[in-house]
Design a protein around this ligand. Structure first.
Ligand code: ZN
Length: 342
């Protein structure tokens, strides 16, 4: 699991540019499922056939990650960028980045004025992203234009690694954790239902791939696989985010104060009863902010009973997200046991 998660986390996949992640999932699943398709939007749909009379179950894990994009190249050859997805400006300053281009990756750094030259008032201020530039070492606009193009995606460099005994850190654990769960479940699943495992595109910018793939699959039930916010570290109150690392997958009951999903009662009952029967640790969540692919899926066609299962992650939407591997193993266990019920 750790090896798989490492490959997935290190791969670049800014929304709309999920190609490398999709290829990784394709390679992992090839030979383990009955069919793999890539649809018009770029979603990967892996199908594992069950019995002809069985139900259709959709599992969705978004492949994309938040990132940046080249917006403008100034006359000196510095890059102005746009944010893709929910990014806090404070985490961007002085990051090491690379820009993906058709001719290969181009290194860059998000520079800033040295502290020596800052006024006291400047030092205490949050620097906004549109005041930052990426230095790619170009000497002119012309030279920079030969290296990168407007529209190229930009990734923050951060290698996957261990953190203590059972934790790992990586740049895109939201949602390569869900992708790893999806892969492991499809490899091991034993069910009468036909399983549609979907790696969705563009979740971070409006749940887009989930919307179109759920429409084409039209499943009887769906589960979104993602990560949720852990509240077990300094700087956040436990009551704001009660999920903790190492205490099992979080079963989401409500997200975005009900504007996102209110988990279908049948799905809720099924998930809780299976977790209890199988003695799999789990946590429950009613959250006020953030949502997942489950929101788009459950409003498809005439409505699709949908649930969300998300291991907790510290520091999501930063390049240093942290998860517990045991939580991921327990997520796989829970989903396999649920699918066996069909
Ligand atoms: Zn996510």
């Amino acid at each position: 699991m750790k090896k798989l998660l490492k490959k997935l986390s290190n791969a670049p996949g800014v929304s709309g540019f999920e190609d490398e992640v999709r290829e990784l999932i394709f390679k992992e699943l090839d030979g383990f499922v009955d069919e793999i398709k890539i649809d018009e939007m770029g979603n990967l749909i892996a199908i594992k056939n069950g019995k002809p009379e069985g139900k259709k179950i959709m599992l969705a894990a978004h492949m994309d990650e938040i990132g940046l994009m080249v917006r403008y190249i100034d006359e000196k050859g510095f890059i102005k960028f746009s944010k893709i997805g929910g990014i806090n400006d404070q985490m961007l300053l002085n990051q090491d980045v690379y820009i993906q281009t058709p001719n290969g990756d181009v290194n860059g750094v998000i520079g800033s004025k040295p502290p020596h030259k800052m006024k006291k008032s400047e030092k205490n201020k949050v620097f906004e992203y549109d005041k930052m530039s990426i230095d790619i070492g170009a000497e002119s606009r012309k030279q920079a234009q030969e290296m990168v193009r407007v529209g190229d995606p930009i990734i923050i460099k951060q290698e996957f690694d261990d953190l203590g005994k059972s934790l790992v850190k990586g740049k895109a654990l939201d949602n390569r954790v869900g992708c790893a769960v999806l892969i492991e479940v499809l490899k091991q699943v034993d069910s009468k239902a036909t399983i549609y495992g979907v790696g969705t595109v563009q979740e971070e910018v409006g749940l887009k791939g989930a919307k179109t793939s759920a429409f084409s699959i039209n499943p009887d039930m769906a589960l979104a696989l993602d990560v949720t916010i852990a509240g077990d570290h300094p700087g956040i109150k436990e009551e704001e985010a009660p999920s903790k690392l190492g205490q099992g997958p979080t079963i989401v009951l409500v997200d975005a104060s009900g504007d996102g999903i209110i988990t279908h009662p049948t799905v809720k009952k099924l998930l809780l009863s299976v977790a209890q029967e199988e003695n799999i640790p789990y946590q429950l969540e009613v959250s006020e902010g953030g949502t997942t692919d489950g929101t788009a899926i459950h409003l498809t066609r005439q409505g699709i009973p949908t649930g969300v299962i998300s291991p907790a992650s510290r520091y999501i939407h930063t390049p240093v997200s942290v998860v517990n591997l045991e939580d991921i193993e327990n997520t796989v266990k829970l989903i396999l046991a649920v699918l066996k019920k069909f």
